[in-house]
Design a protein around this ligand. Structure first.
Ligand code: NDP
Length: 475
């Protein structure tokens, strides 16, 4: 069994008591990893502070080369990394492979963006007081970035923090989710091999309430970039002080199905978007609002497409839906389903848990005040609503305190633009599910879904500060 270490200041060190990492399908311990105490967290912050100048002064072409080498090493090690994701996160191997492909794109895009990070001139003579001055602004790296990531995309969500941070000339202290640290170890090894200087990336492991807390409250940290639950996001904002903060939080993603929609496409895509990674995706399909003329026809197609999904060991090629991250989460989601059933909901598909797996569950006739609708379900369960018309469907879809991404299926351009106007979400996806994401697009939520945007170029904007220069040209 592998015993992993922390990575601090370019060295792999033993650290404190080891944390056991389990195979989420079988429950067996597959590796251990050292945890960080206060001393190691301090050392990681010191190393990141020391490496600030090295990274800030590294030419753009060199940052780009390191990022490109990282992408290429990810490609070489894709099979091994995908298997690690499947084991430690329980993600079906076919989807884990896609995650590794996407992480390669994320690093490649970051390499390209490293060369495009620039400001612009400012015509200072636009006002009388600016006459006789030449003005321009540039972007400077913020400095030390703490990156805290969740369990559900242990590679690509880490990449969405680390790649833009390095592309913009920052240093990073990475704290991955305690349940999925192994993929982060592999990424750090690759960054080391790609030639990243000591201290530019530091990996610390440990619980959010200790290691996380020390990191987010340390005054030497310039920025926190966090993806995770709304409760922790809110807490980070309350204790971060004057640090820059980006928060990618939860959602209860809606889909609207118009009467004119391509129902086969909608059913197929919703079955994928609701249940891949066992629904543990922040843009997982959770609420479907369907116009009544096509409600029954959609529901039948959707139930058929869902019934065709294969559950089981995520390492098997044909499996679509693997385990949930832990028993506590299965019990939480099961409790919410039972609560909805007790209040009159019908179960179209689903059933008892099979050890670590909760079968894909479709509910109808759900009371919209139930937690399974109002809160983020973050599990393999979706509620389908029968709506009198398109306007009503849109209104219900938008009625949420979360607003990350929404999907709308319609063949009518007017309806599509009506939806775009009415749905004040970070992203609106027409003729596809809210689960769509390309790694260079701006991505992030409104309201309780977060603050700021990721998507490499947009993350880099959040990871830099603007410096204005005014040069007096006439004396
Ligand atoms: P958590 O919020 O439980 O954990 C996320 C990370 O925060 C983990 O590394 C965790 O550490 C750490 N953490 C916990 N408490 C603290 C603290 N007090 N200070 C600092 N760090 C802390 O989320 P999950 O891992 O359960 O992920 C699921 C959530 O992530 C869902 O709400 C989901 O919507 C959201 N998410 C959002 C995405 C987006 O892009 N908007 C994408 C993916 C997920 P530890 O593991 O040790 O507890």
């Amino acid at each position: 069994m592998m015993e992993h270490k922390l990575y601090i200041d370019g060295t792999w060190i033993a650290g404190g008591p080891p944390l056991e990492v389990r195979n989420k399908y079988s429950g067996e311990v597959v590796a251990t990893i050292a945890t960080a105490g206060k001393v190691e967290v301090d050392a990681a912050i010191n190393a990141a502070v020391r490496a600030k100048t090295v990274m800030a002064e590294m030419p753009a072409w060199q940052r780009a080369e390191i990022l490109l080498r990282t992408a290429s090493l990810l490609r070489e090690q894709a099979d091994d990394i995908a298997a690690t994701i499947a084991v430690e996160a329980g993600k079906a191997i076919k989807h884990a492979r896609v995650e590794v492909d996407r992480a390669q794109s994320t690093f490649t895009i970051a390499a390209e963006e490293a060369k495009r990070l620039h400001g612009e001139t400012v015509p200072l003579d636009a006002v009388p007081s600016g006459v006789g001055y030449f003005g321009f602004w540039t972007r400077r790296p913020v400095g030390v970035i703490v990156a805290i990531s969740p369990f559900n995309f242990p590679l690509n969500l880490v990449s969405h923090k680390v790649a833009p941070a390095l592309a913009a000339g920052n240093t990073v202290i990475l704290k991955p989710a305690s349940s999925t640290p192994l993929t982060a170890v592999k990424l750090c090894r690759i960054l080391e091999e790609a030639g990243l200087p000591a201290g530019a990336i530091n990996l610390v492991i440990g619980s959010g309430s200790t290691v996380g807390e020390w990191l987010i409250t340390d005054p030497r940290v310039d920025k926190i970039t966090f993806t995770g639950s709304p409760a922790v996001g809110r807490h980070i904002l309350s204790v971060a002080g004057l640090k820059k903060v980006t928060l990618e939080l939860g959602n209860a993603s809606p889909v609207v199905i118009a009467a004119d929609a391509d129902l086969d496409l909608a059913a197929r895509r919703c079955a994928f978007g609701a249940f891949y990674n066992a629904g543990q995706v922040c843009i997982s399909v959770q609420r479907i609002y369907c116009e009544q003329q096509v409600y029954q026809a959609f529901l039948e197609r959707f139930a058929d497409a869902t019934a065709a999904l294969k559950t089981g060991n995520p390492l098997e090629d044909e499996v679509d839906v693997g385990p949930m991250i832990d028993s506590r989460e299965i019990e939480r989601v099961t409790g919410w389903i039972d609560e909805a059933l007790a209040a009159g909901a019908q179960r179209v598909l689903g059933g008892e848990r099979q050890k670590t797996i909760l079968p894909p569950t479709i509910l109808t006739d759900v009371d919209p005040t139930m937690r399974i609708v109002r809160e983020e379900a973050f599990g393999p369960v979706v509620s389908v609503f029968n709506c009198p018309d398109f306007e009503n469907a849109l209104r219900q879809a938008g009625d949420s305190r979360f607003a990350l991404q929404a999907g709308v299926f319609t063949a009518d351009l007017d309806r599509a633009f009506n939806a775009i106007r009415q749905l004040n979400f970070g992203g609106v996806i027409i003729n596809d599910i809210p689960s769509f994401r390309a790694d260079h697009m701006p991505y992030g939520g409104n309201r309780e879904s977060g603050l700021g945007r990721e998507g490499v170029r947009f993350a880099m904007e959040e990871m830099t500060t603007i410096q204005m220069v005014a040069i007096r040209t006439r004396h």
